[in-house]
Design a protein around this ligand. Structure first.
Ligand SMILES: [Zn+2]
Length: 308
């Protein structure tokens, strides 16, 4: 029997590394995740939002994920930001390893009862559940939040106890999307410390954690793109948070989109007579895998943590 997601989340808590949770959008982006996880011997999470699930279709998502697991059994399929019981149930029934129920825009008691309902169903099928308390700013697929509302440590304790979630997404000042901050962010590490003191055994999840590297944005803009204010979370800060805190899952979406598209722009522009999609999709896949290898080794410290 292979080690499951719970095993790796507990291991991440104990050994202070994080599982990268990467949003994929086609075969090539998933292959980049597989390649990077194999090169670094990492466990990792391959995740889809509701809209990515619609884009690829559930049959493609599940069969792609099944294929990925053949290459690396320490890859786990997760639903990102499920907004209803129905979509979470669908993902559970499709065989996902875990689902996120995002009731963060509801009142505490509505969020609690929705999350509890999802957890009861998911747990009966052996599937893990991520809940969210507080709101994470920014725009990403089915999420659009104007201001941060930070996670209250006392409420987090009550929420986890009442809902029985396996992971908790915390709002400590990170932000979704590609234009994260108008000025350098002040992450509420103090809140994180209080949360982990009250919930020492709960794997915490950091959303909105793409670093939006300047060099990649430059490639994007040098080859006809127009991203004026793109910026992300400081890599140094992210490393420190992973190393020193109970963040066991780090969501990364924008960095994959950006590296993939930047490389596509470059290839299309430099090889103007090339009309075989495979030649440039291959380069986009390669560049994305390179970036993921770097993250797994140097930012999430998940390299060599695969244990079969
Ligand atoms: Zn998110």
């Amino acid at each position: 029997m292979e080690n499951n997601l719970k095993f790796y989340l507990d291991k991440a808590l104990k050994e202070h590394f994080a599982l990268g949770a990467f949003n994929f959008f086609n075969m090539e982006s998933l292959q980049a995740i597989i390649d990077a996880s194999l090169k670094t011997n990492s466990p990792a999470i391959m995740q889809v939002s509701e809209s990515a699930l619609r884009y690829m279709g559930e049959d493609f998502v599940t069969s792609l994920a099944k294929t990925a697991k053949k290459f690396n059994p320490a890859l786990f399929l997760h639903l990102d930001h499920g907004k209803s019981f129905e979509i979470c149930k669908k993902a559970v029934d499709l065989g996902f390893d875990s689902v996120m129920i995002d009731g963060s825009d509801l009142s505490f008691s509505q969020n609690e009862s929705l999350t509890k309902k999802v957890a009861l169903y998911a747990h009966s099928k052996g599937v893990l559940v991520e809940g969210e308390l507080g709101q994470i700013k920014g725009v990403e697929d089915d999420v659009d939040v104007a201001v941060n509302s930070f996670t209250s440590p006392e409420k987090a304790l009550e929420f986890v106890k009442k809902t029985n979630v396996d992971m908790l997404a915390v709002a400590i000042g990170t932000s979704h999307g590609i234009n994260k901050f108008s000025r350098p962010p002040c992450l509420r590490v103090d809140l994180l410390q209080q949360i982990e003191k009250l919930l020492p055994c709960t794997p915490l999840v950091l959303h909105g954690a793409s670093t939006i590297d300047k060099e990649i944005v430059k490639t994007f803009n040098d080859f006809g793109g127009k991203l004026e204010k793109a910026n992300g979370l400081s890599q140094e800060l992210l490393k420190k948070i992973v190393k020193e805190h109970n963040i066991a899952k780090v969501n990364t979406d924008s960095d994959l989109r950006l590296s993939f598209t930047s490389q596509l722009r470059k290839e299309l522009s430099e090889n103007r007579s090339e009309f075989n999609p495979r030649s440039y999709l291959d380069k986009a896949r390669e560049k994305t895998a390179q970036i993921l290898v770097y993250k797994m080794e140097n930012v999430f410290y998940s390299a060599k943590k695969k244990q079969l």
